[in-house]
Design a protein around this ligand. Structure first.
Ligand code: PMP
Length: 405
């Protein structure tokens, strides 16, 4: 299908609304992407026609809902190229997926073990590991970053040792857009005998990861960053790990038998899916994956590269504007500041013009500390954005500069 952004925009009802009297320009895609009508219709269809609890009902609605939910799991498996469907655990999102793995390792790690994270992580890929270290006595080591916002891989090499048990890195930084060299990071961790979890929350809107080719132990993502609904996400785990890790939560669905003497756990994936899941969310996640694959990830990457180049060039025309994260290997995220002006003030003025950006530390305070700034203005672009919208952003930033200088 040829890439036609005007046609694609028609799929997103929200893009035709006004905000503060102006047409919405949505540049907060790294926080949450917008939802195409194909996904909205899936949600409406579910609640209109076959809303039911799954896996345990004999009645038709329950069967239909179960089939649709399990079909979504298969779509996710295929998309990420997992070997088995039961290696896909449906969670409430990336944060839940990471905590599930961290909790599992609390019974495996011991004093003296080491965990490596990177300086580019989102708080949700820092805090659970700090909590795990507190529980187990393991030590957290950090791969540093450089001024371009890239990881210093020569330092990673020095951190790896026979004490390293786990390595956790994001595929793409949410604050700067840097694409990390995860292939190299995984290969080296493997040689050191460590397991690797890749936080793909920011990668999945732009890239189609192949977990078998990556040979990664765990890969996590959220549906709401890839055209799906909030409150649902996935954990891919190699079968051997998922069998070894204990369940995260106890409850219904995740058991084979319960007596007051002993409970036996269900097989994968249900062992990690206690309670009634987000049935509609899971089904809509599958629809979002279908939608993105129809657009095509090569087409998305090519178009977003054009947007990124244009936006970078246009924003840099503004005197006193500095972009953080200047690696040539980055996705369509532009984090910037105007000299002497607080990012929050810029964001507020842009909002008055209908332009949605994110301001603040983007849940990545260590990155802001590195640059010695309180935060940035972040414009994160998606395949449904246009150069015309970038022009509006540039005009808005110029206006903010005039008003705030
Ligand atoms: N990791 C990264 C890199 C992210 O960008 C985000 C979301 N901003 C998360 C983790 C957490 O995702 P969620 O809030 O959907 O659990």
């Amino acid at each position: 299908m040829p890439f036609n952004v005007e046609e694609i925009r028609k799929d997103f009802p929200i893009l035709s609304r006004k905000v503060n009297g102006n047409p919405l320009v949505y540049f907060d895609n790294a926080a949450t992407s917008q939802t195409p009508k194909q996904v909205i219709e899936t949600i409406v269809d579910y609640y209109s026609n076959y809303n039911a609890n799954i896996h345990r009902g004999v009645h038709s609605l329950s069967q239909e809902a179960t089939d649709a939910y399990e079909l979504a799991r298969q779509k996710i498996q295929k998309h990420f190229n997992a070997e088995y469907t039961h290696e896909i655990i449906l969670t409430s999102g990336t944060t839940h997926s990471i905590n599930l793995v961290a909790n599992g390792f609390s019974s495996i790690l011991k004093v003296g073990d080491e965990i490596i994270v990177s300086a580019l992580e989102h708080h949700s890929n820092i805090v659970p590991w700090q909590m795990l270290c507190e529980k187990t006595g393991a030590t957290l080591k950090v791969i540093p970053m450089n001024d371009e916002g890239e990881l210093v891989i020569s330092e990673y090499d020095k951190l790896l040792s026979d004490k390293t048990r786990l390595v956790f890195v994001n595929h793409i930084s949410n604050a700067l857009g840097t694409i990390n060299p995860i292939e190299d990071i995984i290969k080296k961790a493997r040689q050191a005998g460590a397991a690797v979890l890749i936080d793909g929350a920011q990668a999945c809107p732009h890239i189609k990861p192949d977990v078998q080719e990556l040979d990664v132990d765990f890969y996590v993502a959220s549906a709401h960053k890839m055209c799906g609904p909030t409150g649902v996400g996935m954990l891919y785990g190699k079968e051997a790990w998922l069998k070894q890790l204990p369940p995260y939560q106890g409850g219904g669905e995740m058991i084979t038998e319960v007596t007051f003497k002993k409970t036996t756990y269900a097989d994968l994936p249900h062992k990690f899916e206690a309670g009634t899941p987000n049935v509609c969310g899971g089904i809509a996640f599958g629809a979002a994956i279908d939608y993105m694959n129809t657009i095509g990830f090569d087409a998305i990457a090519n178009y977003e590269k054009e947007l990124l180049d244009y936006a970078t060039q246009r924003l840099l025309e503004i005197e006193g504007l500095k972009i953080y994260g200047t690696s040539p290997k980055k996705t369509s995220v532009i984090s910037f500041n105007l000299k002497g002006i607080h990012p929050y003030d810029v964001g507020t003025i842009l909002d008055k013009m209908g332009i949605a950006v994110r301001t603040g530390h983007h849940c990545a305070q260590p990155i802001m500390d590195y640059f010695k700034i309180p935060g940035t203005v972040r414009a994160s672009l998606s395949f449904y954005n246009t150069n015309k919208e970038i022009d509006l952003l540039v005009e808005g930033v110029k206006k903010a500069k005039r008003m705030l200088s």
